[in-house]
Design a protein around this ligand. Sequence first.
Ligand SMILES: C[S@@+](CC[C@H](N)C(=O)[O-])C[C@H]1O[C@@H](n2cnc3c(N)ncnc32)[C@H](O)[C@@H]1O
Length: 325
Amino acid sequence: MSTKTTSLDIQSLSQKLINPSTSFNEAKDILNTLYNHFDTLIALSSYQNDIRYLAAVPTASGMALSLQHAAACFLDYQRTTLFLRGFVQAIKDKQQEYPNQPIHVFYAGCGPLAPFISLVAPLFSNKDIRFTVLEINTHSLAIAKKLLNVLALDDYVDTYYEADAVTFKIPKPEKFHILFSETLDALLYRESYVPILQNMQPQFSSGITVIPENVTIHLSLHTHDHQEVYQGIVMDTQQNITTITSNTTLPKTLPPHNVTIEDSSLYKGMLLDTIVHIYNDYHLTRGISSLTIPYEMLFDSTSVFKTLQFTYQLSPQVELKCSFN
Ligand SMILES: C[S@@+](CC[C@H](N)C(=O)[O-])C[C@H]1O[C@@H](n2cnc3c(N)ncnc32)[C@H](O)[C@@H]1O
């Protein structure tokens, strides 16, 4: 496959990516081609091996990825493909709901390749879709602006903000139809998806579509004879953020979730799965993306416990904590 890609080629490659009959192997080739092309346009590889572009940036609650790590997300093939399919479907659904008006997207955390503009805008006219972009990492934002300019896509963008999505007050929030924020890691560790939603979601009109619409963490127990026994959801982002009543201060933790264990001696360990609910039927499930790598933990064979308590901590770092009682 050619690595020389005009903006017209990006449109047809994006169309292939969103086509459900395109296999994930084909999608992988297309994403590699696009990444190499973007690399040529903005000399992404020249930012390697420099600590400024490898260092994460602290936010008011959590950390934001470095330029290099955010760029690498593009090559999380199933993530990028399924997010693209879900996002384009969400835009089309909004177009049905709001005919003859532009769909306004607030893109919180674009990274250096702003893939959910660079791959999405060529599929629509700039009269039909408008983006507002926010990014905390100054280097990533500068590169994203450069890339969109080189691709002649910057006329799809109304405003760029360099700011923290955890605390940002959105001007004219009522005009937006979609909030897009892929600011998460497996187990909702380190990145700010939960406090970003807590801050931003209530600012928009109630009909806002959020992508990903939810992230849940699921518990299974492993028996000594290698059976996996599903126990249910221990963290449901959308359900949990409704428990935060103050819109100015974040609590240190979200309410804990307890799981009763009748006989802990039956189990040798536990497994936590992150499920990313992108939009409608588009999900990232176990192991298909770096965001859904399962976390396995063996229990101390001498300890006896009746309850596993899961608490999502927002301060000093975002992290799911587990205690045994
Ligand atoms: C996982 S990367 C994804 C980049 C790109 N949207 C993509 O999907 O490939 C998340 C991006 O969000 C930015 N980010 C994380 N937390 C943020 C925050 N609190 N405010 C603004 N940007 C944030 C990071 O700097 C990073 O560029």
